[in-house]
Ligand binder design. Structure first.
Ligand code: NAI
Ligand code: MG
Length: 496
């Protein structure tokens, strides 16, 4: 069986594929293995899905290779775009089910899951628009040569995605890869395989030729490692932890030197100046850290507030954080659901304990909510020093630290005091401060008077140890194309 009927809360019901999606069919793994998918809200088993091992990765890569050399190579850019736009339309038609399965499997609040589905469709449609606009150029060098530079697909792309935005990461990866004419073997995170398999069903319905997009469920050390070290995968794109990002890069270097792009962690500073609109700033700081339960690579987890407004800020921010509705992700007013897994829950609680031991003060939160499901109170730490683990390391949960600064120079210095460089924000009503500070911050995205407002038209990615390459926007096309120079010798003059 490679599909089951699943019920969602509030009387929803739908067909959930459980197989590996290879060559447009849902199949069992060669070794017949399966693994359980857990509902983080109540810790029950939702269902089991088929697990890919190295052998299945081989089969999926062969399918992708065949499609790349065959049908997909012959497809016109116009039709590649048309298929992506069709897929985006199907996402919108199936939005209710997709959002429900995302909330069920990941635990994210249903209102946020709906936003993810809309953004996934937006991203796929955007890259559909790019498919027939990937152009080269002509370069004149000497009079007896005619040179043109063209962009070609890289080939078979392995894509390894995390569990925090299962559908959105699926779309960020598949959209640009396919628009540029590549074929794909995508591995989902073992914690959240369901929405990606549902979306795979839509790939077939959209009319993509078999083998162009293959989606497998499986574990990092097995299927993920097999993709990263595969000799017939031309490129690997990875989103996840910095530790695994390094392993992926090593695996690429140790195998066929496949191209690598990485979108890794962050410890992003959120800087509030005394001239900011304080209520507005607090709303964005709150959203910056607690959105998606703090499980965002770009989470604004280090909050720095200018001295003169610090006390007022803490009091208001604490009140704001305590108002966040935490609970059942299927309730429409819920803002924060459970963390994704027992492991992540334990990691976060470990950081909270560590912060307390190091002498930081818990202004609010710090505890588990209930005894079933992985719920954690929105947590604010104060009285922190820059060397504390909770200030230096990515917690990936609803936990932030707040400290003071005096001057703009100091804000820039502590803002940059991290190995990461994914995102940052500045809250101020002074245009000079906004521009000066955002110029000085070493981060791939800087928000001014907002936070987490990503858009598929805008590049996203990391400085420093937050990664390699940029996703989204026109920039992502660079991740998925090779540049070819063709130099034609004119006339019949002999060399020498
Ligand atoms: P992870 O990095 O282990 O998992 C991400 C993906 O990599 C998953 O699909 C996993 O199966 C795969 N993977 C794991 N080991 C692999 C290997 N050796 N070769 C190839 N693929 C492999 O992240 P994990 O353990 O789920 O979360 C740990 C921490 O990572 C989080 O607490 C957070 O700090 C960070 N993280 C960052 C994300 C981001 O968006 N940048 C997303 C998820 C986690
Ligand atoms: Mg892991």
């Amino acid at each position: 069986m490679t599909s089951i009927r699943l019920k969602t809360p509030h009387n929803g019901e739908y067909d959930q594929p459980t197989g590996l999606f290879i060559n447009n069919e849902f199949v069992k793994g060669v070794d017949g293995k399966t693994f359980e998918v857990i509902n983080p809200t109540d810790e029950t088993v939702i269902c089991s899905v088929h697990e890919a091992t190295e052998k299945d990765v081989d089969i999926a890569v062969s399918a992708a290779r065949k499609a790349f050399e065959g049908a997909w190579r012959k497809e016109t850019p116009e039709n590649r775009g048309r298929l992506l736009v069709k897929l985006a339309d199907l996402f919108e038609q199936h939005a209710e089910d997709l959002a429900a399965v995302e909330s069920l499997d990941n635990g994210k609040a249903i209102s946020m899951a709906k936003g993810d589905v809309a953004a996934s469709a937006g991203c796929l449609r955007y890259y559909g628009g790019w498919a027939d606009k990937i152009e080269g150029k002509v370069v004149d060098t000497t009079p007896d040569t005619f040179n043109y530079i063209k962009k070609e697909p890289i080939g078979v792309c392995g894509q390894i995605i995390p569990w925090n935005f299962p559908l959105l990461m699926w779309s960020w990866k598949i959209g640009p890869a396919v628009a540029c004419g590549n074929t794909v073997v995508l591995k989902t995170a073992e914690q959240t395989p369901l929405s990606a398999l549902y979306a795979a069903k839509l790939i077939k319905e959209a009319g993509f030729p078999p083998g162009v997009i293959n989606v497998v469920s499986g574990f990092g050390k097995v299927a993920g490692a097999a993709i990263a070290s595969h000799m017939d995968v031309d490129k690997v794109a990875f989103t996840g932890s910095t530790v695994v990002g390094r392993q992926v890069m090593k695996a690429a270097a140790g195998s066929n030197l496949k191209k690598v792009t990485l979108e890794l962690g962050g410890k992003s500073p959120n800087i509030v100046f005394e001239d900011a609109d304080i209520d507005n700033a607090i709303s964005w700081v709150n959203f910056g850290i607690y959105f998606n339960h703090g499980q965002c690579c770009c989470a604004g987890s280090r909050v720095y507030v200018q001295e003169s407004i610090y006390d007022k800020f803490i009091q208001k921010f604490k009140e704001r954080a305590e108002q966040n509705a935490v609970g059942d992700p299927f309730h429409h007013e819920t803002f924060q659901g459970p963390q994704v897994s027992q492991l992540q829950f334990d990691r976060i609680m470990g950081y909270i304990e560590d912060g307390k031991k190091a002498g930081a003060v818990v202004e609010t939160g710090g505890k588990r909510i209930g005894d079933k499901g992985f719920f954690i109170e929105p947590t604010i730490f104060t009285n922190v020093t820059e060397d504390m683990k909770i200030v230096q390391e990515e917690i990936f949960g609803p936990v932030c630290t707040v400290s003071k600064f005096k001057t703009k120079e100091e804000a820039i210095k502590i803002g940059n005091n991290t190995n990461y460089g994914l995102a940052a924000a500045v809250h101020t009503t002074n245009l000079n401060t906004a521009i000066e500070v955002s110029n000085a911050l070493r981060a791939g995205t800087v928000w001014v008077n907002s936070y987490n407002t990503l858009h598929w038209q805008l590049p996203f990615g990391g400085f420093k140890q937050s990664g390699h390459g940029r996703e989204l926007g026109e920039a992502a096309l660079n991740n998925y194309t090779e540049t070819k120079t063709v130099s034609i010798r004119l006339g019949d003059a002999l060399f020498g």
